[in-house]
Design a protein around this ligand. Structure first.
Ligand code: SF4
Length: 287
């Protein structure tokens, strides 16, 4: 089991910058530091101190987490009315230890009392369905979206690149469940791990019945600055003969194949900030 720590935070909403800002979000909400999913490609530890971790802690990515224990109280005092909030760029809010720590129900309850304009939850955890009642209440008072990361259609790939994450089939089932309960839920194909692109697109569209969002693995040749893929994922790709998934030309080809698969169903596949902008739209009047 992963060590779980608690530490008070000075603030809970951070004005956005970079990718998330360009997508249209005004604030991010990060409930913990370090993510116990520990994905081999995770961009966050490559940000070093920007992730709220020391350089030493960044080397132990995924091996512990520190919850911001006072987050709900801070949220109660925040001014949220016009905020377009992304939760979270630096940790999965439903990381494995959230099952017992249960911070998210307290955060969602605080948001109910003071709803922002838009609140988007980015997760890969079917655990989010635990909070369905609160999500339904919140979607009545704000524009609530769930963006569920779906990375591959092959569980053998998932086991190598993100062994502590639930199978993508369970994530697709969670998308269906949330959608059927009226929650605006997207399948976000990011990062795109080795897969059959057309099959993955078909599964994701069948589950979400919406446009798809996604992104290939970040690589230095097409993204020279900022967070990038951890070295551990490159080593796994080398061992599996999957290096082309880190090559720009191949990534463009995969993107195009998913766009064509979506277009055959009358839908779009948007990548980068254009994709994440779908999660930031404030296109509904809230109460
Ligand atoms: S779930 Fe997201 S934040 Fe957590 S380790 Fe994986 S990629 Fe990083």
């Amino acid at each position: 089991m992963w060590p779980v720590r608690e530490a008070p935070a000075k603030s809970i909403l951070t004005p956005t910058s970079g990718f998330i800002k360009h997508a249209g979000f005004t604030h991010s909400l990060t409930p913990a530091r370090n993510c116990t999913y520990g994905c081999t490609y995770c961009y966050v530890p490559t940000m070093g101190l920007y992730a709220g971790l020391s350089a030493e802690e960044s080397k132990r990515w995924g091996q512990f987490t520190t919850f911001k224990a006072n987050a709900p109280e801070l949220l109660e005092r925040a001014r949220l009315r016009d905020a377009i909030v992304y939760c979270s760029p630096l940790v999965d809010p439903y990381q494995p230890v959230e099952r017992t720590y249960e911070l998210m129900p307290r955060l969602l309850s605080a948001l109910l009392r003071q709803p922002p304009r838009v609140f988007t939850i980015q997760t890969r955890a079917p655990l989010i369905t635990r909070d369905l009642d609160l999500l339904k209440q919140l979607s009545a008072v704000t524009q609530l979206r769930v963006s569920m990361s779906v990375t591959t259609d092959q569980d053998s790939v998932r086991k190598r690149y993100e062994p502590f994450c639930e199978p993508n089939g369970a994530r697709l089932a969670a998308i269906v469940h949330l959608r059927e309960q009226g929650i605006e839920t997207y399948a976000t194909l990011a990062p795109l791990l080795p897969c059959n692109p057309e099959h993955l697109a078909a599964l994701a569209i069948a589950a979400s019945e919406r446009d798809l969002i996604g992104d290939p693995l970040h690589i230095r040749s097409s993204k020279p600055h900022g967070a990038t893929t951890r070295k551990a994922a490159y080593a796994i790709a080398r061992r599996g003969g999957e290096e082309q998934w880190f090559q720009p030309e191949f990534q463009r080809e995969v993107t195009l194949r998913i766009q064509q698969a979506a277009a055959q169903r009358g839908l779009n596949f948007e990548i980068g900030t254009r994709g994440f902008a779908l999660l930031a739209r404030a296109d509904r009047l809230t109460l």
